[in-house]
Design a protein around this ligand. Structure first.
Ligand code: SF4
Length: 375
């Protein structure tokens, strides 16, 4: 990897053509301790974290764009905490799992995971622009496998062709947008040959960490596969909703692609109602629907980033009535072992007796609701 030639805080001085080129961004991603030291003044905890991550084979990658969002003077910067390793990554706490969603146990063909009857996950690449420190798939991202060849994915396509109950394919990784547009197009075309696949979800963090990747060329290519493509992205903090990121989302929605967002609840990053409110409102303004707030999966080495489950419930209660329904995602626990997602949240039903339900409103008022008489 070529060393980055500039100070990240002077990104605006860069040749704009380079800065806007997603391949340049990917090629100049910082992938080691030296690069991080050059770009930020690391704390001892981060230095130790990066050293340990490299020794443990947990990859580091931060695009120049995402690194430019890190506050060099703030060790608690919410962007920095998502992409710079912490020493605590070496600590394993009770409940930690290398594969929290049991994906390996649910692999039905190479690179194809089925956890629900009607949908599957296709892992097309191990690469991401940024390796997030909370990644559920940290056991495989950046493992050197790169983009899976069409031949390597053929058994997955063959399995899909014989399983008519599957209607929904999530194209994931790694980040599928790290593949060339030509490869993405070939994959989508191959999936569209399978008649019972109704839609494909492109799961990508590119609008967040590498918005330059959302080119007009990519949007045109995705549009050609429409109407069956949905884009699922992953903003966690309002600071990520930069002009570039919003423009990237705008290019997708202008191309007619629905864009949905799932956020992960992260300790010290977004686990307060004001931050989540700003995030969800900002997403809706960018025409992105916040659909899940995920309780963090118990990925090995991420205990320092996880919140107690009750914290998410309290936050949902704080946000109910404060933001409109289109801005309020569901709080979800993806159960360890891969047994499926469970929605959780505050209980607004105070009592139910003889056809009368007492409900608690967001203001704390108790209101009776009467069922209709039996027919
Ligand atoms: S972009 Fe997604 S797959 Fe890649 S490291 Fe981040 S969370 Fe994991």
């Amino acid at each position: 990897m070529r060393p980055l030639p500039v100070n990240f805080r002077e990104a605006s001085l860069l040749d704009q053509a380079h800065w806007k080129d997603w391949r340049w961004q990917a090629q100049h991603a910082v992938t080691d301790l030296d690069g991080l030291e050059r770009a930020l003044q690391l704390t001892q905890v981060e230095r130790l974290g990066a050293t340990r991550a490299m020794a443990a084979g947990l990859p580091i990658s931060v695009t120049p764009y995402y690194l430019s969002l890190c506050d060099p003077g703030d060790r608690d910067c919410p962007i920095r905490m998502q992409c710079i390793p912490q020493a605590d990554e070496a600590i394993v706490v009770k409940g930690d799992l290398a594969d929290p969603l049991g994906e390996e146990a649910h692999e039905v063909a190479p690179h194809l995971i089925q956890r629900y009857p009607d949908r599957v996950l296709l892992i097309a690449t191990d690469r991401c622009g940024v390796y997030c420190r909370f990644c559920t798939r940290s056991r495989i991202v950046g493992d050197g496998g790169g983009t899976r060849s069409m031949g390597a994915l053929e058994p997955a396509f063959e399995w899909l062709a014989t399983h008519r109950e599957v209607h929904d394919v999530i194209l994931s990784g790694g980040d599928p947008c790290m593949m060339s547009t030509e490869r993405i197009t070939r994959l989508l075309s191959r999936l569209r040959e399978i008649e019972h696949v109704d839609y494909v979800r492109l799961a990508t963090r590119a609008p967040v960490t590498l918005p330059q990747r959302i080119t007009d060329e990519l949007c045109r290519a995705l549009r050609r596969s429409h109407p069956c493509i949905w884009v699922m992205t992953h903003f966690n903090h309002p600071k990520e909703l930069t002009t570039e990121a919003q423009e990237a989302c705008g290019r997708l929605t202008d191309a007619g692609l629905p864009v949905m967002n799932q956020s992960v609840l992260l300790r010290g990053i977004n686990d307060d109602a004001d931050t989540l409110e700003r995030l969800f409102r900002g997403l809706v303004r960018a025409r992105v629907r916040p659909y899940y707030l995920l309780q963090m999966d118990p990925v090995r080495g991420t205990g320092h980033l996880r919140t107690p489950l009750q914290r998410g419930v309290e936050l949902m209660k704080a946000l109910q009535g404060r933001v409109s329904g289109i801005a309020l995602p569901k709080l979800i626990v993806d159960t360890p072992g891969g047994l499926g997602k469970v929605p959780v949240g505050p209980n607004y039903v105070v009592s139910h007796d003889e056809g009368v339900t007492v409900l608690e409103t967001f203001r704390g008022d108790l209101v009776q609701y009467h069922d209709p008489p039996e027919p």
